[in-house]
Design a protein around this ligand. Structure first.
Ligand SMILES: C[S@@+](CC[C@H](N)C(=O)[O-])C[C@H]1O[C@@H](n2cnc3c(N)ncnc32)[C@H](O)[C@@H]1O
Length: 298
């Protein structure tokens, strides 16, 4: 679901807003880091609970989203620091601010409505555009580089590993035959030629997910954050992560368990929370959302 603002810009509706807020147990004068601040949907909700003594740090790889975010958050009295960066650089960012620890960290992985609805960025298989898929448009590698230049077996591995698509080899060979692919609709055609119609929608979603994960190094960045955040979270501070597919969720679950075993974290969600039926009916993106939260105890 998207709302349209008077400027014509679509606003991303944050998923599981109540659950996210209660999971973070916000203290009014605390420091909160939103590592995927996007257009500031969750950040707005957090800021509404913070006093001018608090601090919100927002990070996003997408400069366009950050611009929107900056405008949207400009009227809050609480100090806000926004960074065009990746959340896995948490240490450098906090060191630069002279902040040792924060009271809460939020990651809302996946795509914003701004990205999905874009007619140029190639994230959605319902809009024809360039094969781009970069969160950060200043990055060199685009989806087209992977699709058109990777050896076919490497491409098949990516589709299998990051998309969990078992027809990966057939799809990769079909892509190879159509090279050079120029647009999203070319990629859809390559997938159409190599998959049966009854499973095609799922295959499309899986291939797009796989290429996007590869282009943006998404799983490596998540692993990297999960190996480095603990020291930057205060004792009693919480980390909440919303994931949108099983690969991400598995990484979050395993790392929380590892840190719980080491005595650093207490896991507050034995099973991940999911959106209510009402939210799922109003906001399609929330249907695959899974929220896991843990608290630093030592
Ligand atoms: C689902 S949106 C977040 C929406 C935001 N919570 C809101 O309510 O407006 C996910 C955002 O994460 C950003 N992103 C993805 N990987 C990132 C990374 N490694 N570091 C920082 N931001 C990242 C994307 O650019 C996108 O804007």
């Amino acid at each position: 679901m998207t709302e349209r603002r008077h400027t014509g810009t679509k606003i991303h509706v944050p998923v599981m807003p109540k659950e996210v807020l209660s999971s973070l147990a916000i203290s009014t004068g605390g420091i909160y880091l939103d590592g995927t601040v996007g257009m500031g949907g969750h950040a707005t909700l957090i800021l509404k609970q913070l006093s001018p003594k608090g601090h919100l740090i927002g990070i996003d790889r997408d400069a366009e989203a950050l611009n929107e975010c900056e405008k949207r958050l400009s009227n809050f009295p609480t100090p806000i620091s926004l960074f065009h960066d990746s959340y896995h650089n948490i240490n450098t960012i906090l060191d630069g601010l002279g902040i040792e620890t924060v009271n809460g960290i939020l990651l809302d992985l996946g795509l914003s409505s701004l990205q999905l609805d874009s007619a140029e960025r190639g994230f959605s298989y319902t809009v024809d555009s360039d094969l781009d898929m970069r969160f950060d448009s200043s990055q060199d590698q685009k989806a087209s580089d992977i699709i058109n230049h990777l050896p076919v077996m490497e491409l098949a591995d990516i589709i299998y590993q990051y998309g969990e698509e078992r027809r990966s080899r057939r799809i990769a060979r079909s892509i190879e035959k159509m090279r050079p692919l120029k647009s999203v609709f070319d990629l859809i055609e390559a997938i159409r030629r190599s998959t049966p119609p009854n499973h095609r929608d799922r295959s499309l979603a899986r291939v797009f997910q796989a290429i996007r994960i590869k282009v943006n190094g998404e799983l490596d960045k998540l692993e990297s954050l999960l190996s480095s955040f603990v020291e930057r979270l205060s004792i009693g501070g919480r980390i909440s992560i919303i994931s949108f597919h099983s690969l991400e969720d598995r990484i979050v679950k395993h790392n929380f368990k590892r840190l719980a075993k080491a005595g650093s974290l207490s896991i507050l969600t034995k099973k991940p929370l999911i959106a209510t039926e009402e939210e799922m009916s109003l906001n399609r993106r929330s249907r695959s959302a899974k929220l896991r939260t843990a608290e630093r105890i030592a």
